[in-house]
Design a protein around this ligand. Structure first.
Ligand SMILES: Nc1ncnc2c1ncn2[C@@H]1O[C@H](COP(=O)(O)OP(=O)(O)O)[C@@H](O)[C@H]1O
Ligand SMILES: Cc1ncc(COP(=O)(O)O)c(N)n1
Length: 265
């Protein structure tokens, strides 16, 4: 039987833990056929990002059009988009092709603190992509860059979600993984009417590289299979929790989250 398809528009991580590599292994773990529009090639390992080269914007759009016109895209997600030019080209292309739901993970930097976006590009994500998104999935650092709000508790997490909704996405998921010192990791999902707190245990681990990509692509996988946003996000939270719990050391720095547990199911 032909599986559902999901498209990732994102960068490559040579270390294999984040970016399109995380997306493809997550799509596979969900029984979804992964399609790729590569935006950048990063030189990266467990210690950080040593550099990146972006793919020409017309090549990014050609990849999206090639797969959308021939294979069909049930759901799509964006990760590292590198430049404002690529963001504008992706936004325009997404108006011209059918991609089902769109999850925008506004990746700005690696967890090791290295920029994955050129400086003027965050504004382009906010103005060009958010209004086209079904769901956006910022972490707390991205929330601060996008809204100026520092999330320190449930009340500021809610204010930040409301400020983000103003940029025009249908739903916002404010991920709480970076709110350290709390026994639980609480992510807040809202469309401005419904508010859902998704809460789970915080695991003691260093190995969380690729966590954001894995969660966004798990959500995208469920959307590709026809789930609603609340159901897809709830399933994504369960999936990432287990991947964080089973994250492994690889290299001298930060290891990746692991989707390998699905092989034992
Ligand atoms: N130590 C942890 N234990 C359990 N879940 C975690 C942990 N760190 C992050 N998560 C969860 O993983 C997902 C991604 O987390 P977050 O760290 O907030 O974003 P990002 O990976 O984009 O920086 C969220 O659902 C978050 O709650
Ligand atoms: C190509 C690429 N895309 C995304 C991330 C973010 O992942 P993380 O926050 O885990 O470093 C990354 N490091 N590299």
């Amino acid at each position: 039987m032909t599986p559902p398809t999901a498209l990732t528009i994102a960068g490559s991580d040579s270390g294999g833990g984040a970016g399109i590599q995380a997306d493809l292994r997550t799509f596979f773990a969900h029984g979804v056929h992964g399609l790729v529009a590569l935006t950048a090639v990063t030189v990266q390992n467990s210690l950080g990002v040593q550099g990146f080269t972006e793919i020409p914007a017309d090549v990014v759009t050609a990849q999206i059009k090639a797969v959308a016109s021939d294979m069909g895209v049930n759901a799509a997600k964006t990760g590292m988009l590198a430049t404002a030019e690529i963001i504008r080209a992706v936004a325009k292309t997404l108006d011209e092709v059918e991609v089902g739901s769109l999850v925008v993970d506004p990746v700005a930097a690696s967890m090791t603190g290295h920029a994955l976006l050129r400086e003027d590009a965050l504004e382009a994500i906010r103005t060009e992509l958010f209004p086209r998104a079904t769901l956006i999935t910022p972490n707390l650092d991205e929330v601060r860059l996008l809204t100026g709000i520092s999330v320190v508790d449930a009340a500021s997490q809610r204010s930040a979600a409301e400020a983000l909704l103003e940029f025009g996405s249908r739903w916002v998921l404010v991920k709480g993984g970076h709110l350290v010192g709390t026994p639980e990791c609480v992510d807040l999902l809202t469309d401005g009417r419904e508010y859902r707190e998704l809460s789970g245990p915080r695991y003691e681990t260093e190995n969380t590289h690729g966590g954001g990509d894995t969660m966004a692509s798990a959500i995208t996988s469920s959307l590709a299979k026809g789930a609603s946003i609340p159901d897809a996000v709830a399933a994504g939270k369960k999936f990432i929790e287990r991947c964080v719990a089973e994250g492994y050391s690889l290299g001298a720095g930060v290891g990746p989250v692991s989707p390998f547990w699905v092989l034992d199911r």
